[in-house]
Design a protein around this ligand. Structure first.
Ligand code: KG4
Ligand code: ZN
Length: 365
């Protein structure tokens, strides 16, 4: 049994969590997250300076809350895991500094975690609450491999083929497993940017999803980039331009309002089509047997609806799984889980080794 505190501050969520690892499962004992979304809303996107200043104010309360809620003493922790890459460097530094100070004071090892390895680990988290939707996910050791893992958020649209259990992921796991990514905007960014053109507040994905309900997804002919069957990458910048031109035209005709529902449904369909076609193509190419979707865009109702009806024909042996939204969006429980896997492998820093640990905005992997 290994108990870790995880800390996440790479973007606009300030989060701390205690998880308990056993070879059978990873239980989230506590999770405390402060979302800065409302602070950044007036600016239409994340303002790095505001993010790091706010992390400074909230990091200690989040850590204290997570330890209190977990019912353990800080001294009982086996290690502290912290996101040190990639992300906004000022925001990352707040979490890294807090983690270093705490690890030094408690004389505990420190595990630096890659944020995307955290997202990849989120599918192995199990809540302590029996009524939680993720309580229904298959036990960790029963997820059929290879697994197609799609990280679909405001910052990333990455496809990974996961061939081994997390305990034996190599250090270059992310680099080795990546089979597709966006060449420009991420899928969430495509939702947010097109939503902004339509006048919705940030972040706009949820607004497009809501407004699209009952709309005609074929009403507007919007581009699907990179149609080649041998390419598993994405490109969403053309969609943004096409939506801007369409909105201009509708505004000139004074008909944006009456077409809004159909336009939202068409934008959503274009993004979901692109995601599904590349997920399915790559899964066939690599013989994937199961599928998991994580990241904020996993909340999209059309994406879920289509995946839930099309997974069988795509060759998967079980329905796709979506971790609970709390674990899909940025959170420290997934960082603690990723830290637990690395810690079990002996990949951690101890003594005074970690005092030189730095935050890295754009690492190689
Ligand atoms: O993972 P996340 O919370 O944050 C990071 O990007 O790190 O993802 C946020 C993204 C935003 O782009 C947001 O618009 C999108 O997830 N999103 C949605 C929906 N809910 C959130 N996109 C489409 N449909 C939704 N229902
Ligand atoms: Zn993230």
């Amino acid at each position: 049994m290994t108990t870790l505190l995880g800390i996440e501050s790479s973007c606009d969520e300030c989060s701390a969590s205690v998880v308990r690892y056993t070879p059978d499962e990873i239980k989230v004992l506590s999770l405390s997250t402060f979302s800065q979304v409302d602070l950044h809303k007036p600016y239409g996107g994340v303002v790095p300076e505001i993010a790091s200043r706010n992390h400074l104010e909230t990091i200690n309360p989040m850590i204290e809350q997570a330890i209190t809620d977990s019912g353990i003493y800080a001294q009982d922790l086996d290690a502290i895991a912290v996101t040190n890459r990639p992300g906004l460097v000022g925001a990352l530094l707040v979490g890294v500094s807090a983690a270093k100070a705490l690890a030094y004071a408690l004389k505990k090892p420190l595990v630096p975690v890659h944020h995307l390895e955290g997202h990849a680990s989120s599918i192995y988290l199990r809540s302590l609450h029996p009524k939680s939707p993720i309580a229904n996910l298959p036990p960790r050791n029963e997820i059929p491999l290879p697994l197609m893992l799609a990280i679909v958020s405001g910052g990333h649209t990455n496809l990974y083929v996961v061939k081994s259990p997390p305990e034996i992921w190599p250090l270059d796991f992310l680099k080795r497993s990546l089979v597709g990514k966006s060449r420009d905007d991420a899928a969430g960014e495509a939702f947010d940017k097109t939503a902004k053109i339509l006048g919705f507040p940030y972040p706009g994905g949820m607004w497009i999803d809501r407004t699209a309900q009952g709309g005609n997804p074929k009403a507007f002919d919007l581009p699907r980039a990179l149609p080649q069957k041998s390419v598993f990458d994405f490109s969403f910048s053309g969609l943004k331009t096409a939506v801007a031109l369409t909105v201009d035209k509708l505004k000139k005709d004074n008909s944006l309002e009456e077409n809004l529902k159909d336009l939202c449904a068409s934008i959503q369909e274009a993004i979901v089509d692109a995601l599904l076609s590349k997920i399915f193509l790559a899964s066939r190419e690599y013989g994937c047997r199961s599928l998991a979707i994580v990241g904020g865009v996993a909340a999209n109702s059309r994406l879920r609806e289509r995946l839930n009806s099309e997974w069988k024909s795509a060759g998967f042996v079980m329905p796709p799984f979506f971790p609970e939204m709390t674990y899909c969006t940025d959170n420290a429980a997934m960082i603690a889980a990723a830290g637990a896997f690395r810690f079990r492998q002996g990949n951690f820093m101890k003594g005074t080794e970690f005092l030189t640990l730095n935050a890295v905005a754009n690492p190689e992997i």
